[in-house]
Design a protein around this ligand. Structure first.
Ligand SMILES: Nc1ncnc2c1ncn2[C@@H]1O[C@H](COP(=O)(O)OP(=O)(O)OP(=O)(O)O)[C@@H](O)[C@H]1O
Ligand SMILES: CC(C)(CO)[C@@H](O)C(=O)[O-]
Ligand code: BAL
Length: 279
């Protein structure tokens, strides 16, 4: 596996590969890789000639400096795992390389970014759109792979690709979970044992909400799921929403043919986790 960290090197490599007619599959990540990421890498490999994975903890998308400082960074282990999976190129630039000056781009994703992650993490999607645009320019992928765990991020990136006419296909993969149901996430590494023990309750709350929506109106079903989570004092729910799975706007009722997503964000101590369930 080729391990590159400079913009000029990745640009040169992908230009060469494109000239050779190779299809490039790309998996952007922030590292501390787990089975969720590796599933995306396998899918990229399966459908392309060359697989590129980036590992970059993007300062521009963190609204909380402590979250950025404490984000797990285990690049050598990541590189080993990627090599084992048959990834061809790892791109892991330093922040100073990616941002030779403070980024000044301003994106407007309208109502898509006014709810959930966008509402609770000011500037987050601007930072995501900035780095993903830069990465797409550098890697020049035919296909780019993302996880459903970041459902709103995927919707924002779909909008970005349309708005900037990126010539690539976006692929969204289902959420990979631990055996007890907890959605895999790099931030799970930061959970203390007692927080890890209670973390599967988040997915259970989404499952309960799904069940309650079969018989109750949205507000009453949400109340039941919120009451369930209140039984666990380590969990501080930030939001629990029933939304349209594409527009991400809150739904007052379900069962009208619209695709539905149940989404939540919660703190366990200082660690903020998200999860969702598509109906
Ligand atoms: N459990 C999972 N199943 C499927 N895809 C996932 C999963 N976790 C992350 N991904 C996807 O992997 C890509 C890289 O995500 P990222 O590196 O932020 O990992 P992460 O585990 O989501 O970390 P965190 O949520 O702690 O930031 C994203 O497209 C994300 O949606
Ligand atoms: C897409 C991404 C790699 C951009 O930094 C990040 O938001 C992520 O890991 O989901
Ligand atoms: N996986 C989403 C990246 C973030 O939380 O910043």
């Amino acid at each position: 596996m080729l391990h590159l960290s400079s913009i000029s090197d990745i640009r040169q490599q992908t230009e060469l590969l494109r000239r050779q007619g190779k299809r490039i599959g790309f998996v952007p990540t922030m590292g501390a890789l787990h089975e969720g990421h590796l599933t995306l890498v396998r899918a990229a490999r399966h459908q392309n000639d060359i697989t590129v994975c980036s590992v970059f903890v993007n300062p521009a998308q963190f609204n909380n400096p402590e979250d950025y400082r404490l984000y797990p960074r285990i690049l050598e282990k990541d590189a080993q795992m990627l090599a084992q999976e048959g990834c061809d190129i790892l791109f892991s630039p330093a922040a100073e390389e990616m941002y030779r000056q403070t980024p000044r781009l301003h994106f407007d994703f309208g109502e898509l970014e006014q709810v959930m992650e966008g509402a609770h993490r000011p500037g987050h999607f601007n930072g995501v759109a900035t780095v993903v645009s830069k990465l797409f320019h550098l890697v020049k992928p035919h296909q780019a792979f993302f996880g459903q765990k970041d459902l709103q991020q995927f919707a924002v990136i779909q909008q970005l690709v349309l708005d900037l006419s990126f010539d690539l296909e976006l692929v969204c993969y289902p959420i990979i979970r631990e055996e007890d149901g907890l959605a895999m996430s790099s931030r799970n590494r930061r959970l203390a044992p007692e927080q890890r023990a209670v973390a599967p309750r988040l997915y259970q709350a989404l499952q309960l909400l799904r069940e309650k929506l079969e018989t109750l109106p949205v507000p009453a079903a949400k109340q039941e799921a919120e009451a369930f989570l209140q039984r666990f004092p380590q969990i501080k729910l930030e939001y629990l929403e029933v939304v349209h799975a594409q527009t991400l706007q809150p739904l007052q009722e379900v069962g009208q043919g619209a695709p539905v997503a149940l989404c939540l964000a919660a703190f366990l101590g200082e660690v903020r986790l998200i999860d969702n369930l598509l109906l």
